[in-house]
Design a binder for this molecule. Sequence first.
Ligand code: ATP
Ligand code: MG
Length: 239
Amino acid sequence: MAVGTPLPGAARSPDDTSPLLRVEGMTRHFMVSGTRIDVLHDCTFQVARGEVVAIVGQSGSGKSTLLNLLGLLDRPSGGTYVFDDVDTTRLGEGRRSRLRGEGIGFVFQQFHLLERRSALANVGVPMVLGGVPVLRRRTRARELLESVGLGHRLSSQPHQLSGGEQQRVALARALSREPALILADEPTGALDAASSRMIMDQLLAQAELRGAAVVVVTHDPKVAERAGRVVELVEGRTR
Ligand SMILES: Nc1ncnc2c1ncn2[C@@H]1O[C@H](COP(=O)(O)OP(=O)(O)OP(=O)(O)O)[C@@H](O)[C@H]1O
Ligand SMILES: [Mg+2]
């Protein structure tokens, strides 16, 4: 995939298989009307650069909760989370959000694109936040959309695109700052088999060509079987 020159926060060389993230004894509980709900009891695992890991488990087992923690969108109740050699548990919000912006890309089941904005503008959003100059941003957004087969739909808005096309825009957006970690929560849940395959092809290519680590939550056995490793969440524990 031709995606131009690397940006800050890029993954290292594809040969570097050191751990990108380490989770040790991570827990997360929520308080609901004075009652404590323990969702994650003990999550311990590592993900190496260039690795593709599928997270599976029943509905309500805590997969999205875990992904939000890995994405630094939420803080654990206990345990440690080391991302890119940084113990994130002790970091302030400013450092966490910088790490997230530079190092982590997200893809969600429902795409989460901005309505009434073009595909090109949507892909540019993380680069706006990262202070990438406008011309470079446009060029790169176009290259990314071309790389996911949407070079002819640059000015289309989300409602003018099919579900599979919207997910490819969302994927291009997630890749725009060449994140070392790509997190995808049921990215193919709303798609047909052909579109799902295309999204998985793109995620696997990120790992193979660029050494990105990919963590994908899925219910789809076809998606899980293409991952290098499957982590199952059972009763709040990884295994
Ligand atoms: N902010 C919150 N407050 C209270 N409970 C929460 C919160 N977030 C998640 N939970 C609870 O944590 C449990 C796990 O939720 P989560 O969304 O992580 O499950 P999941 O494995 O992603 O399920 P699904 O496959 O249906 O998406 C659920 O019982 C949910 O109600
Ligand atoms: Mg979920």
